[in-house]
Design a protein around this ligand. Structure first.
Ligand SMILES: *[C@@H]1O[C@H](CO)[C@@H](O)[C@H](O)[C@H]1NC(C)=O
Ligand SMILES: *[C@@H]1O[C@H](CO)[C@@H](O)[C@H](O)[C@H]1NC(C)=O
Ligand SMILES: *[C@@H]1O[C@H](CO)[C@@H](O)[C@H](O)[C@H]1NC(C)=O
Ligand SMILES: *[C@@H]1O[C@H](CO)[C@@H](O)[C@H](O)[C@H]1NC(C)=O
Length: 372
């Protein structure tokens, strides 16, 4: 049912010659109101009804329903919508013998853009901040949904640094993409790349880690290779220079797991002892000192760990009994020791937890997975 106000509107429209709203067909409002057909006189047949006004909106709808009242405006041709321009009315000069007011046919669906091929098993996707090409999709755009890393590569491992990313292929080859001005892509160039580029040397890696401006990876025999920003000594190569191809961490250490942080790196030896190298100003080398080292130093305390994670300026590691120890900056409480104080030796996180996994953020927090 039309509302009373719509009815009044229609009455007003029909009666209101001064509104400029006129009947297309020139007919009177018949049963609705004699005033329409007598005062003022009906407009000549074919007179246009102004578009974009109440007539075209509610009144046009009223016209459709309003035919029952004898207001046989020509409303909508078959297939048009009730809101279709009143100009449509101009094409008719006679009232229809019966009202043709079809349901609006939905506009044809626009052709959907071709969907990108669905990534295959092992393809990499990235999402987030993309200004440094770190999403690997060839673009600098941010993306809040996953975009496929270009090249169709099949990865077995992936690592996201601060502004670059790296992955390992099934054959152990490493690829990196994103920000590269410090050499952190390891491809012999000091420039960014929007798509994965091969790490130089044809080396076969078993694990890869990405930090703020550097990357490290392990060879099958446990030797560590690092590349990228060497400013703080985090490449472990005995110097503080950047290198843009994989360079061996000196000392002949055989590692089982490696982690790259803000300006430091840490790794677990085959016997589960931890070593770190690089920036040490916050105690993040865990050796009781607060100085940088460009070669690997042993973490204090003789602890053995199952896992190690390097954050921006802290490190956390899980012991064999499920405790977790952290060292470095305590800012924000990231060491979990109950105070925001730094520690340059491993300090136990407080709480009666048994932990199986831990991740020290490139920001200022830490997360862990509990074991049962
Ligand atoms: C590993 O596989 C990639 C892609 O198939 C190939 O380009 C690369 O040369 C291979 N690396 C080695 C060390 O065989
Ligand atoms: C591991 O292999 C590399 C390359 O073959 C070699 O240079 C390095 O000395 C080896 N490392 C160890 C710990 O044996
Ligand atoms: C592990 O090996 C390193 C290097 O050989 C050694 O310095 C360290 O004491 C060993 N750690 C343990 C717990 O045996
Ligand atoms: C677990 O191991 C750590 C490091 O080795 C040690 O400090 C701690 O006392 C041990 N905790 C328990 C409950 O044995």
């Amino acid at each position: 049912m039309r509302s009373r106000s719509a009815l009044l509107l229609l009455l007003a429209v029909c009666a209101g010659a001064g509104t400029g709203l006129v009947r297309a067909d020139g007919g009177g409002c018949a049963s609705l109101s004699q005033e329409c057909s007598t005062s003022p006189p009906p407009p000549p047949p074919g007179t246009c009804i102004p578009d974009g006004d109440a007539w075209a909106g509610s009144a046009m709808t009223d016209c459709c329903g309003g035919y029952a009242f004898g207001a046989y405006c020509v409303c909508v041709p078959v297939g048009a919508t009730a809101q279709q321009s009143a100009i449509e009315c101009c094409t008719r000069t006679t009232a229809p013998s019966s009202l043709v007011c079809s349901a609006a046919s939905p506009p044809p669906n626009p052709p959907s853009p071709p969907s990108p091929p669905r990534p295959a098993v092992g393809n990499a996707v990235c999402f987030g901040f993309g200004a440094f090409l770190q999403l690997g999709d060839g673009l600098t755009s941010d993306s809040s949904t996953a975009v496929t890393v270009s090249g169709g590569h099949t990865f077995t491992e992936i690592a996201a640094g601060a502004y670059h990313s790296c992955g390992l292929l099934a054959n152990g080859s490493a690829l990196c993409w994103g920000f590269g001005v410090s050499g952190q892509l390891g491809n012999g160039l000091s420039m960014q790349s929007s798509t994965p580029t091969a790490v130089t040397g044809g080396l076969t890696f078993t694990q890869i880690a990405t930090g703020s401006g550097h990357s490290c990876a392990l060879l099958a025999n446990g030797s560590a290779m690092c590349w990228g920003d060497g400013n703080s000594g985090c490449l472990g190569v005995g110097s503080y220079s950047n290198v843009d191809i994989p360079t061996a961490v000196i000392g002949g250490h055989a590692f089982a797991q490696i982690a790259a942080g803000g300006g430091h790196s840490c790794a677990l030896l085959a016997n589960a002892s931890a070593m770190c190298w690089g920036a040490g100003e916050s105690g993040q080398l865990g050796n009781g000192l607060n100085s940088d080292s460009s070669t690997a130093v042993a973490v204090s305390g003789g602890h053995t760990f199952t896992k190690i994670s390097a954050g921006d300026i802290h490190v956390c590691a899980v012991t064999f009994n499920g405790s977790a120890l952290c060292w470095g900056s305590g800012g924000g409480g990231r060491l979990g020791t109950g105070t925001p104080s730094p520690s340059n030796i491993p300090a136990a996180i407080s709480g009666d937890f048994i932990i199986q996994g831990i991740s020290a953020a490139l920001g200022a927090h830490t997360c862990a997975i509990l074991a049962d």
